[in-house]
Design a protein around this ligand. Structure first.
Ligand SMILES: [Ca+2]
Length: 138
């Protein structure tokens, strides 16, 4: 199991949105609770956000919880090798969707957050507990 946040540091990164990415805590240093459980690991972004990870066919599965910020209206998408494989639909104020995604021989994974079509004001959004697993031996 390898956290996506560690892939950010380890693997080449194509692009992020115009805003910085925040790891693991909000501006007040607080962890995030989702559905009654507290998570230490997350990436917090502001749309438009598009992060591309080169997986090189090394991983079997992707896991994450897509969580809208308190006053956000956003949409989360996952694109594998150019094909959209997950769309959260509109998520508002703390709504969330859990994602389990088989990767098979995926070369490239894109994590996308849009403004939900109503502007980006207040649109902080979180990829919580995001990791890939099933690392293959070279
Ligand atoms: Ca919005």
């Amino acid at each position: 199991m390898k956290r996506i946040s560690s892939l950010v540091q380890l693997l080449a990164l194509v692009s992020f949105g115009v805003n910085p990415i925040h790891f693991n805590a909000d501006v007040h240093g607080n962890p995030l609770s989702v559905d009654g459980k507290t998570y230490e690991h997350r990436m917090t972004l502001h749309p438009p956000s598009e992060a591309t990870f080169f997986l090189g066919g090394k991983y079997a599965k992707f896991h994450a919880i897509a969580v809208a910020g308190r006053v956000a209206t956003v949409e989360f998408k996952l694109v594998v090798d150019g094909t959209e494989v997950f769309n959260s639909g509109l998520l508002k104020g703390k709504q969330f969707r859990k994602v389990e995604l088989p990767l098979k021989d995926a070369q490239e994974l894109q994590l996308i957050i849009t403004d939900g079509g109503n502007g980006k004001g207040g649109d902080w959004a979180h990829w919580v507990d995001a990791w890939v697993e099933g690392e293959k031996e070279d």
